[in-house]
Design a protein around this ligand. Structure first.
Ligand SMILES: Nc1ncnc2c1ncn2[C@@H]1O[C@H](COP(=O)(O)OP(=O)(O)O)[C@@H](O)[C@H]1O
Ligand SMILES: [Mg+2]
Length: 207
């Protein structure tokens, strides 16, 4: 089975060379690592067709907490391995991470971070959830992926970070306000694996 998505090239707001480079990278990365389903991108006339191996999703409710930490640990290791490709996902969140019971799979690989959807210009990853320096530089970098991983992980283990509604948070973030329990700069220097170790601490009952 395949998951397909279709884009009008005119709706992708990066220049053509950037889009081609991004698509080539997506294909390469998806072939090189196991946690990103194989993806093929075909451009025909003004249409871009995205075809991705379909992942059978398993419910996360039935997984033990230990297994969840194991999955998150492996996910961090896998995300660190992407660094050699210079690959930024841009929108790591629970709708884009699929648990198939064995692995946390990363999906939704956008051919362009800037797009037009339903006539509205949008940028991958909502402003409030982008790193402070990415907001300032109007950019999307690995820092935003690290915040995405952190928030995803906290939510996956049932300790979701609470924050005000997105509009309010967006305002605060644009003013440079922190919103994570740990100072952003501290963990943006860390690898995903270190973020896993430092920020997500299982509390175990001693028997
Ligand atoms: N490879 C896949 N295997 C299984 N389900 C997928 C796959 N890719 C996407 N989906 C499902 O479709 C939904 C939307 O796809 P996604 O690529 O995230 O597009 P969008 O840009 O609309 O967020 C996902 O949240 C997921 O439930
Ligand atoms: Mg998505």
């Amino acid at each position: 089975m395949v998951k397909t998505k279709q884009y009008n090239l005119a709706d992708l707001l990066d220049n053509y060379e950037q889009i081609i480079a991004r698509c080539t990278l997506i294909e390469q990365v998806s072939q090189a690592v196991n946690f990103i389903p194989n993806t093929r991108i075909i451009i025909k006339d003004d249409i871009l067709l995205y075809e991705q191996e379909f992942i059978q999703k398993k419910s996360s409710r039935l997984i033990s907490i230990d297994k969840k930490y194991q999955l998150l640990n492996e996910f961090a290791f896998n995300l660190d391995s992407l660094q050699s490709f210079n690959f930024v996902h841009g929108d790591i969140n629970s709708s884009n991470v699929l648990n198939d019971g064995k692995t946390l799979n990363l999906i939704d690989l956008e051919p362009s971070f800037r797009q037009r959807k339903f006539r509205k210009k949008i940028v991958t990853s909502a402003v409030p959830l982008r790193s402070l320096s990415d907001i300032k530089n109007k950019n999307i970098s690995l820092e935003t992926d690290k915040i995405g991983y952190y928030l995803y992980g906290m939510r996956f283990v049932g300790k979701a970070v609470q924050f005000p509604n997105k509009r309010e948070l967006s305002k605060q973030r644009k003013q440079g306000m922190e919103f994570l329990p740990i100072q952003e700069q501290l963990f943006l220097q860390l690898s995903f694996k270190e973020i896993f170790k430092k920020l997500i601490k299982p509390t175990r009952k001693t028997s």
